[in-house]
Ligand binder design. Structure first.
Ligand SMILES: CC(C)(COP(=O)(O)OP(=O)(O)OC[C@H]1O[C@@H](n2cnc3c(N)ncnc32)[C@H](O[C@H]2O[C@H](COP(=O)(O)OP(=O)(O)OP(=O)(O)O)[C@@H](O)[C@H]2O)[C@@H]1O)[C@@H](O)C(=O)NCCC(=O)NCCS
Ligand SMILES: Nc1ncnc2[nH]cnc12
Length: 281
C-alpha cells in the first residue's frame, strides 16, 4: 500500500484526536464576524470575556481532549468521562478567572473525542456515522439518564422551563444538530468552493436556525431564541455569506444580537464540533 494511502487510512492517535479538538476551538474563535459571539476583535454580547479569555481556556484544555480520547480507547464508563470533564471545567475556570468559556465544548467535544478514541482502539477512522453510532453504543444509556436530571446551569434551567432540548438532551439523541445540520452544511459549503470564513459562517447560521440554544433561551427567552432562528433562516435564504451583501447582512444581524444581548454559545460549540469532524475526516 502506498505510504499516502496507508497514512490516510490509519486510525488517529489520542494525541491527534485531542489536537484536532484544540484546533477546532480555535477555528471557531477565529471566525469573524460572528453574531453576538467573541471574535479576535469583538466581545459580541459579552462584558466578561474576550479572545484572550478563550485562548487561555483552549490552551488549558489541550491535555483534556487527549486524556478523554484515551479513556474512550480504554472503554471507560461514563462516570470516568464525567470526572474527566469536571476536572477540565475546573482547569478552564482557573485559566479564565472563573468565566465559563467552554463548558459546552468540554461536554460535546469531550464525548466526540472519547468516541473517536473508542473507534481508534478498533482500528477504525472516526467517520460521522461511526462516531454517532459509537456514542450511542458506549454511553447512550448514561446520557439518557443524565438528560433526565434537572440542570443546575442557567441555560439548562431555561431550556427545561421553556420545553427546549438542552445540551444533555442533544447528547442523549446523538447530537442530531451536529450530524444532521452542521456537518452537512459545512460539507456543502466546501463543495461549493466557499472560502473557509464563509463556509464556517454559513455553517454557524445553519446551526443557529435549528438549535435549541440554551444560551439564547437564557438570555432572550423564547422570543430571543425564535428571533435568532428566524434571522439565521432569512440570512441563508438570501444566499448566506457568499451573497453580494452577505457580510453586511451578517454584521447587521450581529449588531441586533448585541443590542438584544443574545449570544448563541451552543451554536458556537456545534460549529467547533463540525470543524473537528472535518479535521478528523
Ligand atoms: C454537561 C453539561 C454542561 C450539560 O448541562 P445542561 O444539559 O444543563 O446544558 P445546557 O445548560 O443546556 O448547555 C450547557 C452549555 O452547552 C452549550 N449549549 C447550549 N445549548 C446547547 C445545545 N442545545 N446543544 C449543545 N450545546 C449547547 C452552551 O455552552 C457554550 O456557551 C457558554 C458560554 O456562553 P455564555 O452565554 O457566556 O454562557 P453562560 O456563562 O452560562 O451565561 P452568562 O452567565 O455569561 O450569561 C459556554 O459554556 C460554551 O461552551 C451551554 O452553556 C452539565 O451537565 C455538566 O457540566 N456536567 C459535568 C461534566 C460532564 O458531565 N461531562 C461529561 C463527559 S465530557
Ligand atoms: N466565540 C464564542 N463567544 C461566546 N460564547 C462562546 N461559546 C463558545 N464559543 C464562544
Amino acid at each position: 500500500m502506498r505510504l499516502r494511502s496507508a497514512l490516510a487510512s490509519h486510525a488517529p492517535t489520542a494525541q491527534e484526536i485531542g489536537r484536532a479538538a484544540t484546533l477546532a476551538l480555535h477555528d471557531e474563535l477565529a471566525l469573524s464576524p460572528k453574531p453576538g459571539l467573541v471574535t479576535p476583535t469583538d466581545r459580541g454580547s459579552h462584558d466578561d470575556m474576550d479572545a484572550h479569555t478563550f485562548m487561555r481556556s483552549l490552551f488549558a484544555l489541550r491535555g483534556y481532549f487527549v486524556r478523554i480520547a484515551e479513556l474512550g480507547a480504554a472503554g471507560a464508563p461514563f462516570e470516568a468521562l464525567e470526572q474527566c470533564g469536571i476536572a477540565a471545567e475546573a482547569r478552564m475556570l482557573a485559566a479564565t478567572g472563573g468565566i465559563n468559556t467552554h463548558r459546552g465544548s468540554i461536554f460535546m467535544l469531550g464525548l466526540l473525542c472519547a468516541s473517536a478514541g473508542a473507534l481508534a482502539a478498533q482500528g477504525c477512522r472516526p467517520t460521522p456515522a461511526l462516531l454517532r453510532q459509537t456514542l450511542a453504543t458506549c454511553w447512550g444509556d448514561a446520557l439518557s439518564v443524565r438528560a433526565l436530571r434537572p440542570s443546575k446551569l442557567p441555560g439548562g434551567m431555561a431550556a427545561s422551563r421553556l420545553g427546549l432540548r438542552s445540551a444533555s438532551a442533544e447528547a442523549a439523541l446523538g447530537f442530531p444538530t451536529l450530524f444532521e445540520t452542521a456537518e452537512p452544511a459545512l460539507r456543502h459549503a466546501r463543495r461549493r468552493g466557499l472560502p473557509t470564513a464563509q463556509a464556517h459562517l454559513d455553517t454557524l447560521f445553519a446551526v443557529i436556525s435549528v438549535l435549541d440554544d440554551s444560551n439564547l433561551a437564557h438570555r432572550g427567552g423564547l422570543e430571543g431564541l425564535h428571533f435568532a432562528q428566524a434571522a439565521a433562516r432569512d440570512f441563508l435564504a438570501a444566499g448566506g455569506a457568499a451573497a453580494p451583501k452577505g457580510l453586511q447582512t451578517s454584521a447587521a444581524i450581529g449588531k441586533e444580537f448585541v443590542r438584544r444581548r443574545l449570544s448563541p454559545g451552543g451554536a458556537a460549540d456545534t460549529l467547533a464540533a463540525a470543524c473537528w469532524l472535518e479535521r478528523m475526516g
